[in-house]
Ligand binder design. Structure first.
Ligand SMILES: *[C@@H]1O[C@H](CO)[C@@H](O)[C@H](O)[C@H]1NC(C)=O
Ligand SMILES: *[C@@H]1O[C@H](CO)[C@@H](O)[C@H](O)[C@H]1NC(C)=O
Ligand SMILES: *[C@@H]1O[C@H](CO)[C@@H](O)[C@H](O)[C@H]1NC(C)=O
Ligand SMILES: *[C@@H]1O[C@H](CO)[C@@H](O)[C@H](O)[C@H]1NC(C)=O
Length: 344
């Protein structure tokens, strides 16, 4: 009885092994990863196991205030229909397909005054609005995060985005913006309709089928009201091959969309699996002592307690140094009084 049982277990195990092996051969390496099994991403690309990966939780206590950090936006308020929307099975992506004169770019001291041109933007969202964003701000999760991938506009040194990414020399920057969902109809974000209508069209299209924009999109409408407050750190792209040396610029101020605009995301289907796309965020990566800068002194800070705010950081540090010094003084005083000196 027990022998039969273990024999059955053994053959089932063998069968699963063979099936698993068969599946591995069948599926092309860059296509097989899933958000459900992120531990296997390093089988697709070793770099996914490296330090300095993204996303991270941006803790207020880790921040370094750098008041010289600025971002300038160019052509972001220029209406443009030069975008191609694609449901690529894991997200919906909008690629810029226009010319290089009108391409939206960002520059400024945050990018060492180099120009970075928009390549594409795509969305990360939760099936439940309590989750969705990849990055967290002091533990806070937003329902949606849009990542705008930009490449250094280096006199067309790189023929493609992947080439720029592969060079691993800081030629790719990602601008991230969080979205909240507004349940109040008065605070409507009509500019986002152009995007949410495309997302609705992509719900039922086949994987990799693209639709060009007909209406003119003003990219500025994806930006939050306050673009002066942001975080900067060096990380990676958040999907395999997890290429590092990417400069992340993360807006602190979230933008907003209406609930019915958010709903369009919830019915986008991955045609390969027939399942709804969503919860398409990578789990948090270790900051590993990385430098995380902020361009602003944070007073509002939704959620955290006062001592976590960046502008309190210095005073906390000074207090700790004083306490530490006092303790040392006490120990020295104690040793002197006790006449216990260890000479070596
Ligand atoms: C602040 O950012 C600028 C621009 O990138 C950089 O040159 C400078 O070293 C940074 N300052 C500090 C204190 O980190
Ligand atoms: C690229 O990233 C690696 C790992 O984070 C780092 O050691 C290296 O200095 C970076 N190279 C450049 C050119 O930024
Ligand atoms: C979708 O496009 C990617 C990149 O061009 C390609 O690698 C992949 O095989 C395509 N997937 C399908 C299902 O056509
Ligand atoms: C942006 O500013 C406008 C005008 O002040 C305001 O109505 C809107 O609610 C703000 N949006 C967000 C997301 O805070």
């Amino acid at each position: 009885m027990s022998i039969n049982n273990s024999m059955n277990k053994f053959s089932l195990f063998t069968f699963i092994l063979i099936l698993h092996h068969y599946y591995e051969i069948e599926v092309d390496a860059f296509q097989k990863w899933t958000y459900n099994d992120q531990k296997s991403w390093s089988d697709v690309s070793k770099e996914c196991d490296d330090i300095n990966q993204s996303p991270i939780n941006i803790r207020y206590t880790d921040l370094i205030f750098n008041e010289s950090l600025k971002i300038e936006f160019r052509n972001y308020n220029q209406p443009s229909a030069n975008f191609r929307a694609t449901n690529h099975g894991r997200s919906v992506q909008f690629d810029y397909i226009g010319n290089s004169i009108l391409v939206p770019t960002i520059t400024g001291s945050a990018l060492n005054d180099e120009e970075f041109a928009l390549e594409q933007f795509h969305f990360h969202w939760g099936i439940d609005p309590k989750i969705g964003s990849e990055h967290r701000i002091n533990g806070h999760i937003y329902p949606i995060e849009v990542s705008m991938h930009l490449i250094h506009y280096n006199n067309k040194k790189y023929r493609s985005y992947n080439q720029a990414l592969d060079a691993r020399n800081g030629n790719v920057a990602v601008l991230a913006i969080f979205f909240n969902i507004n349940k109040n109809d008065n605070d409507y974000n009509p500019g986002f309709d152009i995007i949410s209508k495309k997302i609705q069209q992509l719900q039922t299209t086949h994987t990799n089928h693209s639709i060009d924009l007909q209406d003119q999109l003003i990219l500025q409408l994806l930006l939050p009201n306050n673009t002066a407050s942001f975080y900067r750190y060096h990380g990676s792209v958040t999907t395999p091959p997890c290429t590092s040396n990417v400069t992340w610029l993360i807006m602190d101020d979230p933008n907003e969309i209406e609930f019915n605009q958010y709903e369009k995301f919830l019915n986008v289907i991955d045609h390969k699996s027939g399942k709804k796309i969503g919860n398409n965020f990578r789990r948090l990566q270790e900051p590993n002592g990385r430098r995380i800068e902020c361009s602003f002194l944070n007073n509002n800070a939704g959620g955290g307690s006062g001592d976590n705010h960046p502008h309190h950081k210095n005073s906390v540090n000074i207090t700790m140094v004083i306490i530490f010094t006092l303790i040392i003084v006490d120990i020295v005083a104690f040793l002197t009084i006790s006449k216990i000196y260890m000479f070596k």
